[in-house]
Design a protein around this ligand. Structure first.
Ligand code: MGD
Ligand code: MGD
Ligand code: MO
Length: 874
């Protein structure tokens, strides 16, 4: 700390990742003066290292070259981050819900509407400690639910998530809310059974695929893929640069999506508009065309696949009497049959790869396993793995430190700082609940399901079970400790969750978080935590594929307001528990594991190859070490070429070692499953879903909502950034009441019929409730589809099922049911709604409390909007 403007800047890794482990960040330099952050700018690698030191890589194709740069390509989501640090939305001090009295009335029904009073850290920690002890004695440790699974800032020692689980493990366990394979539900529940790979599709075999495409590909299908948006949540602009290069090389970029997303608008050669979550129909019609015209690779299938005949029988209509013709598909997916045929013919004649970030709605909607499997089916029919014909990803190239997922030249190692990490360490307690089933588990236990639910588990794990909550002899849930308070705006059926959080069985909710938003308003006690600018830490970065590095982060500014880091906050509770003795004795020291922060940072550093190059002091001085490119990367086989050339010698991880168009394991495990049978199908309805426009519900709710990953947020993060909110063109729409509404794109033809204009305020609604939004009339969205980004801050007018939200958090009205009967994924996009103009000034009169909250257009609700008594403070 101190005046560094003329001295060395402070290195920070900005970005988000699952559990907040510091990979995939975008490293930046911070200039600070007098305990104030002045600016954030790219980190330069050539300050301490030369291209020779780094064994700089280079891709060559068709006489052109692509090289990485020597500074990070940072995104607006990182550049803006000081706005988060100084947001009016920062929780200033510990708080207690005004009508929650642990000695008397707890008033759970008032959660979500109550006010808060300021309390001291001592009082907060002592309340939490007493509640833990009481719940332990009355119900047992598994009655405490830990919500610790969200993305978070890239921190190691001061881990954003899961510090409480470390403490609970020392005093008798807890119940874990497990992370879903959220990003890739369809790939996990579906594609994995067909080609055995995980987490996302082909990403365990993506080596050198980008060079392969550059040299051998004719076209890349961006099948639900927005490279100008979603790589920015993790890192920077390298993926964007690659799209420009593909254009230079003459590689066609074909976009298949309901909207003209930000990549489509800039890079696409062609857009094929498809209605949300109807891709399966389009895919089946492509297969039909190839079969009918004999333009698929039967010889490849003979040696590389099993069960193709069964699939073919279904496609041609043998099974249900309905041939899956382009005409049949057109009525469902909105793509004209002549376009489907032309597209199928183009694909059959060219070397085509498919690119994703993760896949969009059709991977996170009902029956998402079907389009995921059908994508593999199509790739297989055209000789998957041959030069120029693979599937690859544009993000998360070093996820979980995996070594084989980068389609770009890898470095000598992916740095692993895990000894520094103090958050959840991926251990599964016996008692756990899939995240998608939390509301049911709270309100109507017991609940049961199959599998541990999470990417990276063996394929067979999905068949284990059924698992049940609560375990035999255990009580239901009575307490929740969340460091991830965004369930409402990020998961399926948020309105139901609001009811669960107000359920009488839940006696105590504690939340620790830097910002006052979303589920925080349901907490009984709130602890203010801080951002990575306020602590010293270590981290690693894949710099979006340019360079892998490890960096040391100096503390940039003092902790703001009364905040502590997440790790320290839990430590304070551990200290408060010690007074009860017994199992709580000496808890703080045990929780800290006998090391100081500095020692953890050093342990993290020692675990990376950087320690072979320099000592800890030099590392702290230089602040970062980029790893050189691995020798011999050019020789690494591209994608699935080995499987293509020698399927017996290089089998897939399926039971047969081949592509399974008919899955014998699905057939034997769940013989009666109508939604996920052994062969991928088009599924109309079932398992609690009726989300098709042509079915009965579609008459009442005729629009399909596509709820993309937000351009100007990372899920629930960053909705309070002043700079973004000023951008009326893309970020928010200002209503007549001065409130910044979340945009809703509507096609001009629909707008005409409904009498809507840009700037109107509408409600998107179905039987689960309604959310407001601000209209933008645009041809960038298909007719009969509306688009509103996901993750906007909840600002409830009416709570619970049938409720109304001003913030535009459309997850509140997403389906409650999971992917399908035996697949427990989220269903959060591609569902039915209706859209209707509202008069916000009339609503404001009807709901004066909700519309009168302390609000700043620059950030949304301010942190103290619900504070009724600021007290004396500490
Ligand atoms: N409608 C719709 N919904 C979706 C999706 C979609 O496509 N459409 N996609 C889904 C996908 S793929 C995902 S991965 C999930 C993401 O869902 P989540 O991972 O649950 O959401 P995040 O907002 O990334 O992060 C969780 C919380 O961590 C908080 N946080 C960040 N840093 C810190 C910290 O240092 N300390 C503490 N205590 N908290 C911190 C954030 O403020 C946020 O409240 O959303 C899913 N939901
Ligand atoms: N800025 C930003 N970056 C992020 C995130 C964020 O929240 N914000 N989240 C991160 C996370 S956790 C993840 S999982 C990834 C997500 O990465 P993706 O899954 O790729 O992201 P999405 O926005 O859900 O979908 C991408 C595009 O798919 C198209 N699409 C949507 N629905 C459909 C459909 O039904 N069919 C077809 N064919 N196309 C469709 C839309 O054009 C959309 O822009 O992004 C990561 N990066
Ligand atoms: Mo995700």
């Amino acid at each position: 700390m101190g005046n560094n403007v003329l001295g060395t800047p402070i290195v920070k890794g900005l970005g988000f990742n699952s559990f907040g482990i510091g990979t995939n960040a975008c490293s930046v330099d911070i200039d600070e003066e007098n305990d104030k952050i002045l600016r954030i700018r790219p980190l330069r690698f050539d300050e301490h290292y030369t291209p020779e030191d780094l064994n700089a890589w280079k891709l060559e194709a068709r006489g052109k070259t692509f090289e990485p740069g020597f500074k990070t390509l940072i995104s607006p989501l990182s550049l803006c981050y000081k706005k988060r640090v100084y947001s009016k939305n920062r929780i200033p001090y510990p708080m207690k819900r005004v009508d929650w009295d642990p000695e008397g009335e707890r008033n759970p029904q008032n959660r979500g509407t109550s006010g808060y009073v300021r309390i001291s850290w001592d009082e907060a920690c002592s309340l939490i400690a007493s509640e833990i002890k009481r719940v332990h004695e009355a119900y047992g440790p598994a009655s405490i639910l830990c919500e610790l699974d969200g993305h978070g800032e890239t921190k190691f020692v001061h881990a954003p998530h899961g510090c409480q689980s470390r403490m609970f493990d020392l005093i008798g366990s807890y119940t874990l809310q497990t992370r879903q394979p959220d990003s890739w539900e369809g790939w996990y529940w579906g594609a994995k059974h067909m080609w055995g790979m995980d987490p996302l599709g082909q990403n365990s075999q993506m080596n050198n695929v980008i060079r392969d495409v550059a040299q051998n590909g004719d076209a890349v299908l961006f099948w639900g893929c927005d490279v100008e948006t979603t790589p920015l949540g993790w890192g920077g602009y390298l993926a964007s640069r690659l799209c420009y290069w593909f254009t230079e090389l003459g590689i066609k970029q074909i976009h298949i999506s309901p909207d003209v997303n930000y990549t489509n608008a800039v890079h696409a050669d062609k857009w094929i508009p498809v209605k949300p979550n109807t891709d399966a129909a389009l895919q089946l019609a492509i297969a039909y065309t190839w079969i009918k015209e004999g333009t698929y690779d039967q010889a490849y299938l003979d040696t590389h696949a099993v069960g193709f005949e069964n699939f073919k029988y279904y496609v041609m209509g043998g099974e249900d009497g309905v041939p899956k013709t382009p005409k049949w598909a057109e009525a469902i997916c909105g793509v004209p049959s002549y376009t489907i045929k032309a597209f199928a013919r183009y694909w059959a004649k060219h070397a085509v790869s498919i690119a994703h970030c993760n896949g969009g709605s059709y991977i996170r909607s009902c029956y998402a396993h079907e389009p995921a499997r059908l994508e593999v089916a199509l790739l297989g029919m055209q000789g998957l793995g041959k030069p120029g014909a693979n599937q690859f990803k544009f993000i998360e190239w070093t996820l979980y430190g995996m070594d084989t997922v980068t389609p770009l030249p890898p470095s000598v190692e992916i740095p692993d700082c895990s000894p520094a990490y103090r958050g959840w360490y991926r251990s599964f307690p016996k008692s756990f609940i899939p995240k998608t089933m939390i509301p049911e588990a709270i309100m109507n236990p017991p609940v049961s399901w199959y599998g541990h639910i999470g990417a990276g588990f063996p394929r067979e794990d999905q068949f284990d079970g059924p698992y049940t909550f609560p375990l035999e002899g255990n009580e239901r849930l009575h307490m929740i400790w969340s460091d991830t308070p965004c369930w409402e705006t990020c998961w399926n059926g948020g309105n139901e969750m609001q009811e669960a959080l107000r359920h009488p069985s839940i006696e105590f909710i504690v939340v620790q978080h830097p910002w006052m938003e979303n589920d925080c308003f349901f907490a009984d006690v709130i602890l203010p935590t801080n951002t990575k600018f306020e602590t010293e830490d270590i981290g690693t970065d894949s710099d979006n594929g340019q360079w892998n590095l490890v960096y040391y982060e100096r503390q940039a500014i003092k902790p703001r307001l009364e905040s502590k880091s997440d790790m320290e906050a839990v430590g304070e509770v551990a200290r408060a528990l010690e007074k009860f003795g017994g199992i709580y004795e000496n808890l703080y020291e045990r929780y800290m594991g006998g090391k100081t922060c500095e020692e953890y940072i050093q342990a993290g550093f020692e675990n990376t190859g950087a320690a072979k190059k320099m000592d800890f002091e030099e590392f702290k001085e230089k602040q970062y070490y980029p790893f050189p490119t691995r020798e011999g990367w050019e020789e690494m086989p591209a994608g699935l070429i080995q499987f293509y050339e020698d399927p017996e010698g290089h089998p897939l991880q399926t039971p047969s070692g081949k592509l399974e168009y008919y899955s014998t394991t699905l057939a034997s495990q769940f013989p009666d499953d109508k939604e996920r049978g052994p062969i991928p199908h088009w599924v109309d309805e079932g398992a609690g879903h009726q989300e098709r426009q042509y079915l009965e519900r579609g008459r009442k709710y005729p629009f399909l909502l596509v709820s993309n990953h937000p351009r100007w947020r990372v899920h629930a993060n960053l909705d309070d950034v002043t700079w973004f909110r000023e951008m009326e063109e893309t970020c928010k729409v200002t209503g007549p009441d001065g409130y910044k509404y979340e945009p809703v794109w509507v096609h001009p033809s629909d707008a005409g019929l409904l009498g809507l204009e840009t700037g109107d305020i509408v409600k998107l609604h179905n039987e689960r409730g309604a959310v407001l939004g601000g209209v933008r009339v645009t041809e960038r969205i298909m007719p009969s589809v509306v688009y509103q980004d996901h993750g906007s801050r909840v600002d409830s007018v009416v709570l619970g099922r049938g409720g109304l939200d001003r913030g535009g958090a459309n997850n509140l009205i997403a389906p409650y049911a999971t992917t399908s009967t035996h697949a427990f994924g989220e269903v959060t996009s591609g569902f039915l709604v209706n859209i209707e103009k509202v008069d916000v000034l009339a609503l404001a009169e009807q709901y004066p409390e909700a519309f009168g909250r302390d609000y700043d257009p620059g950030c949304g609700l301010v942190a103290t909007a619900r504070v009724v008594d600021e007290g004396e403070g500490e």
